[in-house]
Design a protein around this ligand. Structure first.
Ligand SMILES: C[S@@+](CC[C@H](N)C(=O)[O-])C[C@H]1O[C@@H](n2cnc3c(N)ncnc32)[C@H](O)[C@@H]1O
Length: 278
């Protein structure tokens, strides 16, 4: 094991599991200090300049404060692409990759897609890149999140129209028309806060995460109502959901008149996606 790796692991002891500390040390050596992955695994040493040593200490302090490594690196991977992330956006999750993969299997290539609550732009960018004939629009209420999403769209040359919209209050124009609406909106109830990891609670934006205990479906219901106005007949909703509210989401959509409502599990066998047709 190289000296830097051993040092990082030792410093992270008590804060992270040995496996997490190992992953973090690899990311620090390879992603931040540019060591080749193969050399890292061969246990080769890296020489750090005085400035790099200072940087390492600052990274370790941030990790002791449980700042997510993605914010420290300033980037996260999503479906094979690297996206810029800042504490203004949710770090894209593997479940959301699954949602996009599911959509890519089902969408027509030239779909008009609206991504509501785009955050880093992970869903919108992936769809725009994988379906180049599609027209993708992305909304978020947060101006700062939209700046990050637009940066990602620009860097990856994805053609997306970004719009600042509060989905809870927005009234669509009659000309606004989509084939597909996708959303991974805030869905964690206040009651679930107690079970959350410190690195999420302390660092990721509350605006992206929480809904009131009394109204856990508030975003889904509002988006479904908007969908009745903005989706073409036969148009589809794709939702990522809180695993605790699968059946409730399905019933709400059926009550609103949506057809062929499907509840699907993620790779961990949790209810995670709901798809419905107008
Ligand atoms: C769970 S995050 C999802 C981000 C991204 N789509 C992803 O999957 O990683 C929810 C997003 O919804 C946005 N949001 C919260 N309230 C909103 C509102 N009233 N109108 C529009 N967007 C909202 C947040 O700013 C955040 O970016």
């Amino acid at each position: 094991m190289n000296i830097t790796t051993a040092y990082v692991r030792r410093k992270l002891q008590g804060y992270y599991t040995p496996q997490e500390a190992g992953n973090l040390s690899r990311l620090i050596c390879c992603e931040i200090f540019g060591q080749r992955t193969v050399d890292y695994y061969l246990g080769k040493d890296i020489t750090l300049s005085a400035k790099a040593k200072q940087e390492l200490e600052s990274i370790l302090t941030r990790l002791h404060n449980f700042e997510p490594i993605q914010y420290i690196l300033g980037e996260a991977r999503f479906l094979g692409r690297t996206l810029c992330v800042t504490p203004d956006v949710l770090i894209p999750r593997p479940e959301t990759e699954e949602l996009v993969e599911l959509m890519l299997k089902e969408l027509s290539p030239a779909s008009r897609v609206l991504d509501i609550g785009t955050g880093s732009g992970c869903i919108a960018v992936s769809l725009a890149k994988e379906l180049p004939e599609s027209q993708v629009t992305a909304w978020d209420v947060s101006e700062k999140a939209l700046s990050v999403a637009a940066l990602n769209g620009g860097a990856l040359r994805a053609s997306i129209r970004f719009e600042q919209r509060d989905v809870l209050t927005y009234t669509p124009d009659v000309t606004e028309c989509y084939d597909v609406i996708v959303s991974n909106p805030p869905y964690v109830t206040e009651a679930e806060k107690a079970e959350m990891e410190q690195n999420v609670l302390d660092w990721e934006p509350s605006l992206a995460l929480f809904v009131p205990d009394a109204d856990p479906l508030r975003f889904y219901r509002r988006i479904a109502v908007l969908g009745l106005e903005m989706l073409v007949p036969g148009g589809k909703l794709y939702f990522e959901i809180n695993r605790a509210f699968g059946e409730d989401t399905v019933s709400m959509l059926r009550d609103l008149g949506y057809r062929t409502v499907r509840l699907q599990k993620d790779i961990s066998h949790n209810d995670r996606f709901v798809i419905a047709e107008k």
